[in-house]
Design a protein around this ligand. Structure first.
Ligand code: GLY
Length: 401
């Protein structure tokens, strides 16, 4: 009796956590038409989102959970992603209504240029104003980005050689640096080029080099949080905050690292960064727990794989990074990684992961995980999953044309 009960429970839970059904991917369609259709759908869906939030003063989309919109104000680390998504859509369809919304939602994030209490100012300002500046050369956007770069630089302690990511949990972490922080150096590299102030680049590269030294394991997986002893400038703790365990590989963290060292190579042409990106890519792509469709589980070491959640946000960050990385690789490896990307994009563009028009709170993609240990945003849409999907589609479109 007890065994039967156990079996029923097991079947129930494995059904509950079974991976999205990807049988509806259409291998007959060319990749170009998959990308074009994904853009057309994303344009319509994001316009619905922009109109949905138009009258919610100061609110930005964050997720959609249990049939309800969950919004944030500009303080939330993700505030730049929806405006950034609109810029990618505008870049690809030049629709004036999209442009108006891209400008309005970007303006909503401007006050974050003064953020000095966390490293996320990079995400917030570079994804919104950065894309806006890239496409419009609006001088005001440039001023906002330079102010934000100064704000981010205040978090750099030369004695430690890194930007401090977080200020919370001071009783536990002396000087916490998270792998995600690698993403925010792109703003500083941009600022160095656009201000003539070399200090921005010095800060970025010091952070990147110390992260190579202390954040990675011998197999090129990375820790989530490394806290430094401020007197010795050496790590005193290596832990996780959003992953399964301190020694596990939290999927989005691996994707952040891959993306970070890829653009660091693009911007500096320093071969050490290319090697780092290649090694991270090999770790992720060849991981025995990576599913065949290359949409990772939320943590590569989650004990209940395959009966646990995928994290689409990790997949989209990874796809965007692999497209860029492939441009720097020899032909066979580039072809291998572009095949991975093709599988990811075809899978994400299928009904298993792409929402229906007007559903899913008007987000494009379903099935991301914010923080499973924090029981927050599990198996939901997220703005950054959509943002990096659109970036990946944009990068792919340029390659396919
Ligand atoms: N940067 C926060 C996260 O990836 O969840």
């Amino acid at each position: 009796m007890m065994n039967n009960l156990l079996l029923i429970c097991l079947l129930f839970f494995s059904g509950l956590f079974s991976s999205p059904d990807t049988s509806k991917t259409d291998p007959g369609k060319s990749l170009k038409s998959v990308v074009d259709n994904a853009f057309i759908f994303s344009g319509k869906q994001s316009l619905l989102m922009a109109r949905r939030y138009r009258d919610k003063e100061g609110s930005l989309p964050r997720t959609y959970q249990n049939g309800r919109d969950v919004s944030s104000d500009s303080r939330w680390w993700c505030s730049g992603f929806f405006p950034g998504s609109l810029w990618y859509i505008y870049e690809n369809n030049r629709n004036p209504e999209v442009l108006t919304y891209a400008q309005q939602y970007t303006d909503q994030v401007e006050r974050e240029k003064y953020t000095t209490d966390n490293h996320d100012v990079g995400f917030m300002i570079y994804c919104s104003f950065g894309n806006g500046y890239r496409l419009t050369h609006n001088e005001h956007y440039k001023e906002v980005m330079l102010t934000a770069s100064k704000s981010l630089s205040t978090r750099y302690n030369p004695a430690v050689g890194l930007i401090r990511s977080w200020d919370h949990n001071k009783d536990k972490w002396q000087y916490p640096v998270i792998i995600d922080n690698i993403m925010n150096l792109e703003l500083l590299l941009w600022a160095a080029d656009n201000s003539g102030d070399a200090r921005f680049k010095e800060i970025a590269l010091s952070h990147a080099d110390k992260t190579i030294k202390h954040h990675f394991r011998p197999d090129y997986s990375s820790y989530h949080v490394v806290s430094y002893d401020t007197t010795t400038a050496l790590p005193h703790l290596k832990q996780t905050h959003q992953g399964y365990a301190d020694e596990s590989s939290w999927s989005r963290g691996q994707a952040w690292g891959l993306y970070g060292y890829t653009y660091l190579y693009r911007e500096t042409k320093d071969k050490r960064y290319l090697e780092q990106a290649k090694n991270i890519a090999a770790y992720i792509v060849n991981h025995p727990h990576m599913p065949k469709d290359y949409i990772p589980y939320w943590d590569f070491d989650a004990p209940d794989i395959p009966n646990t959640f995928r994290d689409v946000s990790a997949a989209t960050v990874m796809a965007s990074a692999l497209i860029e990385l492939s441009g720097f690789l020899d032909k066979p490896l580039a072809a291998k990684y572009m095949k991975v990307v093709e599988t990811q994009i075809r899978t994400l563009a299928s009904p298993a992961y792409t929402a229906k028009l007007g559903e899913n709170g008007c987000f494009i993609l379903k099935h991301s995980v914010g923080s499973l240990p924090g029981k927050s945003e599990v198996d939901v849409p997220l703005t950054y999953a959509d943002y990096y999907y659109l970036e990946a589609l944009s990068r792919l479109k340029k390659r396919l044309n």
